[in-house]
Design a protein around this ligand. Structure first.
Ligand code: NDP
Length: 448
């Protein structure tokens, strides 16, 4: 079978790239019924062409720390596919970053961007640099050195990076500033920019808000809602914070946050003001949240039960994984389901392990896979590009309304496609097929 053959090829060509193989396996599995029905994809070698990036750049970044010591990091930009528009996808700065992680993120990005219906190709980049514990001056010097290589590969109509883990407004400012100097042109080459120099309202909130909008769509289709419901959220960065903000706005009660050190359960609900003060103003850790809030209980990762993440042991109606890949194991999924969880909407990229994903699909709960549920971030990035091109900023209400509509359309498209393939609750199938069809048709139209 076509999909199996390609999967075998990827497995033997990239045995070390575990996350990339996981992402490819998920998509190829979901595409199987479509590939059987429509031979044009095999005839045009679409899968062979999709699993290899158009271009990948791997470079060293040399910079000096505050003591004058020379430091060396590794950097990547993987431009996967530009059939639908300029390459688009974030940059991740985290010590765990490697070729496999950047590739899985870039591959996912192709289909996610296609689902938004906007004109964006798929890419991703990053470095094993860790911004944690670095001074502003060190982060600036690192970003400048990163851009000294990257600038020649990007451009407003070529490749438009954005943020991801470890890359927020500060990093984007330094990266954009260096790019502008190097090419001597002020252009919309990044999204997630500061509002004063070309950023879009709602971009900061978009991924988290979008994940909640997507959960609402899934639940409304079953005549359910989030109002008054206990929700668990992992992570405490950009996506987690704005998921929590929107959950409060729709009347739900978010009760958890986490980071790589541990998790917090606050039975009164997470105090958003305190969380923002600790994370966005002080750059602190969630342990500080527990120290400042009597009702909060902090559990260190050292005390997590083997193979589990303590966030998912808190009984909830809906779960929002918003930290990182594979943060929700099959055991976590079983615990969530045993505790009555009815909805999982993925804010992070590929947070559920393959076994966890299968458990959610089998239980037929509302399960929003990341490429659909977290597409709000890149969708508003697309809207930021439109505003930059027209030199005309839009209001918060206008961008938020467009985000709401895009998330509704992604749900409708994914669920209609799932129904067409006789598996109406399977949004993994629906989202992958719907995204793939759009990219694949563009590739066929454009020749090889
Ligand atoms: P941030 O850097 O703002 O926050 C990341 C959060 O996840 C932090 O709380 C971090 O904790 C936690 N985290 C990271 N790695 C681990 C780990 N190995 N174990 C436990 N916790 C971890 O990133 P974002 O909020 O922007 O991104 C979160 C997720 O959302 C990622 O998967 C990203 O790819 C995805 N995403 C982000 C988008 C965006 O617009 N920002 C768009 C679409 C998807 P700690 O501080 O301890 O590292």
């Amino acid at each position: 079978m076509y999909a199996d053959r390609i999967l075998k090829h990827v497995e033997s060509a990239y045995p070390q790239q575990v996350e990339f193989r996981q992402a490819v396996a998920e998509i190829l599995h979901a595409l199987t019924p479509l590939l059987k029905k429509e031979p044009k994809y095999e005839k045009n070698a679409i899968l062979e062409r999709l699993v290899e990036p158009n271009r990948q750049v791997f470079f060293k970044i040399v910079w000096a720390d505050d003591k004058g010591k020379v430091q060396v990091n590794r950097g990547w930009r993987i431009q996967f596919n530009n059939a639908l528009g300029p390459y688009k996808g974030g940059l991740r700065f985290h010590p765990s970053v490697n070729a496999s992680i950047v590739k899985f993120l870039g591959f996912e990005q192709i289909f996610k961007n296609a689902l938004t219906t906007l004109n964006m190709g798929g890419a991703k980049g990053g470095s094993d640099f860790d911004p944690k514990g670095k001074s502003d001056a060190e982060v600036m010097r690192f970003c400048q050195a990163y851009m000294d290589e990257l600038y020649r590969h990007i451009g407003a109509l070529k490749d438009v990076p954005a943020g991801d883990i470890g890359v927020g407004a500060r990093e984007i400012g330094y990266l954009f500033g260096r790019y502008k100097k190097l090419v001597d042109s002020f252009e919309g080459v990044f999204t997630g920019k500061n509002l004063d120099w070309g950023g879009s309202l709602v971009r900061k909130e978009a991924t988290g808000y979008g994940a909640v909008y997507f959960a609402q769509e899934m639940l409304e289709a079953r005549k359910e809602g989030l109002e008054g419901k206990i929700c668990t959220v992992s992570g405490s960065g950009n996506v987690a914070i704005y998921t929590i903000e929107k959950l409060w706005q729709v009347g739900a009660i978010p009760v958890t946050i986490s980071d790589s050190g541990g998790c917090v359960y606050d039975k009164e609900g997470i105090n958003l003001e305190l969380l923002k003060e600790i994370k966005e103003v002080r750059g602190g850790r969630i342990e500080d949240y527990a120290k400042n809030k009597k009702s909060a209980v902090y559990t260190s990762v050292k005390d997590y039960k083997e193979g589990t993440n303590a966030v998912w042991s808190v009984p909830c109606f809906a779960a929002f994984p918003c930290a990182t890949q594979n943060e929700l194991s099959v055991l976590d999924a079983k615990i969530l389901l045993q505790n009555g969880c009815k909805c999982v909407a993925e804010g992070a990229n590929m947070p559920s392990s393959p076994g966890a994903m299968q458990a959610f699909l089998k239980a037929k709960i509302c399960y929003g896979p990341s490429k659909a549920a977290n597409a709000g971030g890149v969708a508003v990035s697309g809207l930021e590009m439109a505003q930059n091109a027209s030199l005309h900023p839009w209001s918060f209400e206008m961008v938020d309304q467009k985000l709401r509509t895009i998330m509704r359309d992604i749900f409708a498209n994914s669920s209609q496609t799932a129904a067409e393939f006789k598996d109406p609750t399977n949004l993994v199938l629906g989202a992958n097929i719907a995204g793939f069809r759009r990219v694949a048709q563009a590739m066929i139209d454009q020749g090889y």
